[in-house]
Design a protein around this ligand. Sequence first.
Ligand code: ZN
Length: 244
Amino acid sequence: MNNTCVGIVLNNRDYKDNDALIDVLTKDYGRLTFVARGVRKHNSKNATPCAILRISRFYFDYKETKGLQNLKIAEPVKNFFHIQSDLEKQAMGCLMLELMDSLQIEDEGAYDLLEQSLHYLDETKNPYLVLGLYVAKLCRYIGIEPFVDGCVNCQSEHQIVAISVNDGGFVCANCFQPTRHIKKDKNQLQLFRILHKAEIDQFPLIEESVIVTLDDLQDTFSFLMEYSGIRVKGYKFLKQIAEM
Ligand SMILES: [Zn+2]
């Protein structure tokens, strides 16, 4: 049987000889691992569509019982030129892929989130806002969303002064403990709430409202890392690039 699907390569690694194994998040089949034969040869037509940070179409014979799928042909659907040509955006895109890969989520919603985020990342001049929204949506996806509708300890909506990863959300002035919490200013609290409340497709509406840096995303990253237990290399790498 001939099958075809559109997908985003999460990672690719050497296999035998000139072959590679590629993990792909697809819209219709969830996550698939393809054996891409000969893809490491210089003249392989499949090499480019099997690389990361693009959307490709894959032709294969779907085998339900087998872990590995044999890739026949891959062809490009969309290239993210701005991500591929900008080192900082590239590091952000790689981190997005690595997070999705590590969390092992693979339904259609996960595909749409990744595709839409890469699309916005490619076009925007405010890329860290896209990354922040993406990380916050991943928190929601795996059920570790922080509480941002009031104080996580007493539910008070007044005098919110801090964000606590340990407590699980906002902290008010009454519950604030100087030994446990760090005070945040109004803008930091507001951004944190926006990241966790807004949907990814609302990005164009908030794109120009606040310019975001990697430092602004520290708490959102801490939530994801702390409660999911995953460790990623891409965050440290992005930090080095952002500080250059
Ligand atoms: Zn409180």
